[in-house]
Design a protein around this ligand. Structure first.
Ligand SMILES: CC(C)[C@H](C(=O)O)[C@@H](O)C(=O)O
Ligand code: SF4
Length: 478
């Protein structure tokens, strides 16, 4: 096959990990890291075990308890989800039998899978990492080639250290300009999905680049790449730079000494060539982005705070019209309602999208010295126990609890209804998570996705608002 000398970053990582091309048209890729969690990982391990296969190299496999485990302080193996502890116990015994490092319920490094793998330096720029979890694309933020797989693919990766994958096409999303103060990577990704649709990335590996991306912290890059799957992309990636090197340096499992320098030398080659050709290119002007909040039940049903819920009749395509009708009905909203006037019952700060220390700092900065509105329930769930400890060291927990929020232990918690805890039917939740599908936070619970700062401001106001509008309205009252 003729190889074009100019390649994209994605092509380079793909070819660096290619074991061979298969007759099926797939590529057999070398997998550097497999991550598991108790929801799907336990199933993959049990099935592998009962089929009589072994984990090929347990040193490259890690597992955490995040999805089903409760987040109440003092938690144990019992869960609100009926039969949840079966997953926990199975995960513990299977990982022990396979000699896999497990971040158990109360391990001090436990946390949401996509939060802990970069936090501990287990995933690194240029590595391939898979996990039976769709938000594995988060790790593209560090320059890793990471994507979510199914449980049976996880079995294949565990048994062989490789995976058969059909190569997606290349897309480049260039984000130039500067995000206005108070506008975050979450608003950026919601804006992208609003403009190009929740299907806009289907069939592509997306590289984010441009001046606005270079300015993002690594944690913000994780937020952006996290929602690549809500854009239907195979995955997303951002070329590692000095910001990434600073982030990785000194982490527990990061290379040290001479290995560190070798690693950095390799990471600096990890960029798309100037003349690399992308199959599709999109441009976004960061200056135009404002805080965004979803009104419907898909991340593409999203608008700026001062915009209105749409009138479904105005959609030309029938499927969009019907989807909008159904979404408004589920959400208990009418056409033409101003987003910023919608009252909320609950606020949730957490998830692999927005539960890192910078997210908690941003939310705490809004909450400080204020109290959540009467009747609103606020819950903050740090993404990992390390994030929790750091937040407590900085006194963020006290800011949240003084304002009336619950301060939890780490895990996925109410990002995803696992059959246990929920805010309840018809409760309207402003949430820093990534999915607003029907039932996502529990049967008939209504979800509005937003950045942590917007979630915090809305909890204080009792209705959807941005941090900036909250401050403005307070100064008017004062
Ligand atoms: C339970 C798990 C497989 C699922 C995923 O794949 O993403 C969950 O993490 C989610 O966010 O919906
Ligand atoms: S925090 Fe939410 S989105 Fe992330 S892995 Fe857990 S359930 Fe999935």
């Amino acid at each position: 096959m003729a190889i074009n000398s100019a390649s994209t970053l994605f092509d380079k990582l793909w070819s660096d990990h290619t074991v061979c091309e298969l007759d099926s048209g797939e590529t057999l890729l070398y997998i550097d890291r497999v991550f598991l969690h108790e929801r799907t990982g336990s199933i993959a391990l049990q099935s592998l075990h009962s089929a009589g296969y072994k984990v090929r190299d347990a040193r490259r496999v890690f597992c955490t308890m995040d999805h089903i485990v409760d987040t109440f302080p003092g938690r144990g193996d019992k869960t609100l989800m009926p039969s949840g502890s079966d997953f926990i116990l199975a995960t513990r015994s299977e990982t022990r039998a396979a000699n896999i490092r497990l971040f158990d319920v109360n391990d001090e490094d436990q946390g949401i899978v996509h939060v802990i793998s970069p936090e501990l330096g287990l995933v690194l720029p240029g590595l391939t990492q898979v996990c039976p979890d769709s938000h594995t694309c988060t790790l593209g933020g560090i320059g890793a080639l990471a994507w979510g797989i199914g449980s049976s693919e996880a079995e294949h990766a565990l048994a062989t250290g490789t995976l058969r994958v059909r190569k997606p096409k290349n897309m480049r999303v260039i984000v130039d300009g500067e995000l206005a103060s108070g506008v975050t990577a979450k608003d950026l990704v919601l804006h992208l999905i609003a403009r190009f649709g929740s299907n806009g990335g289907a069939g592509y590996a997306v590289e984010f680049c441009g001046s606005a991306i270079r300015r993002l912290s690594v944690e913000a890059r994780f937020t952006l790449c996290n929602m690549a799957v809500e854009f239907s992309a195979f995955t997303a990636i951002i070329a590692p730079d000095e910001t990434v090197e600073d982030y990785v340096a000194g982490r527990d499992f990061a290379p040290k000494g001479e290995h560190w320098h070798d690693a950095c030398r390799y990471w600096r080659t990890l960029r798309s060539d100037e003349d690399a050709v992308f199959d599709r290119e999109l441009r976004v002007d960061a200056n135009l982005i404002r805080p965004m909040v979803t009104w419907g039940t898909s991340p593409e049903q999203v608008a700026g705070l001062h915009e209105c819920t749409p009138d479904p009749e105005t959609f030309a395509e029938i499927h969009r019209r019907e989807a909008a009708q159904r979404a408004l009905e589920y959400q208990g909203l009418k056409p033409g309602q101003v987003i910023a006037d919608i009252a909320v019952n609950a606020a949730f700060i957490g998830s692999c999208t927005n539960s890192r220390i910078s997210d908690l700092r941003a939310a705490a900065a809004v909450v400080q010295g204020r109290h959540i509105a009467p009747g609103v329930r606020g819950v903050v769930v740090p993404g990992s126990r390390r994030v929790k400890r750091e937040a407590e060291k900085e006194g963020l927990d006290r800011i949240f609890t003084a304002a009336g929020f619950e301060w939890r232990d780490s895990g996925c918690s109410m990002c995803f209804y696992a059959g246990g805890e929920t805010f309840g039917a018809h409760q309207r939740v402003i949430s820093s998570t990534n999915r607003n599908f029907e039932g996502r936070q529990g049967p008939n619970t209504r979800t509005h996705l937003a950045s942590p700062a917007t979630v915090a401001a809305s909890a204080i106001a009792g209705y959807i608002t941005s941090a900036e509008s909250l401050a403005n309205s307070e100064s008017l009252i004062a």
